[in-house]
Design a protein around this ligand. Structure first.
Ligand code: ZN
Length: 100
């Protein structure tokens, strides 16, 4: 009887230790994957930013010559944000029909 009782005690202790290790690993994995999630999110944000502003003033590493001449001389449709060159003579947006 005493042997069975001590075996059950040891078994419970082992289960508690395994549960503790499991919870610890779970915490570590959560922390680890959140880091990965953040890194991939930052990479996608970085990709979007560099795609959208490849010729903008946000490009700190480029010299002023990397900004195309006249890049600021654009008309922007207030409705659909379509960009037109300053030389565009039309009065209306040809995408949505709003007055420029
Ligand atoms: Zn428009």
């Amino acid at each position: 009887m005493n042997d069975i009782g001590s075996m059950i005690g040891i078994l419970i202790i082992i289960l508690v230790i395994l549960f503790g290790i499991f919870m610890l690993m779970r915490e570590v994995m959560c922390w680890y994957w959140k880091i990965n999630e953040a890194v991939s999110l930052l990479k996608s944000i970085d990709n979007k930013l560099s795609r959208n502003s490849s010729n903008s003033v946000f490009d700190q590493t480029g010299t002023s010559s990397s900004i195309p001449v006249g890049s600021t001389n654009y008309k922007k449709c207030s409705q659909c944000s379509k960009l037109y060159e300053a030389s565009f003579t039309g009065e209306f947006c040809d995408q949505c029909g709003a007055k420029l």
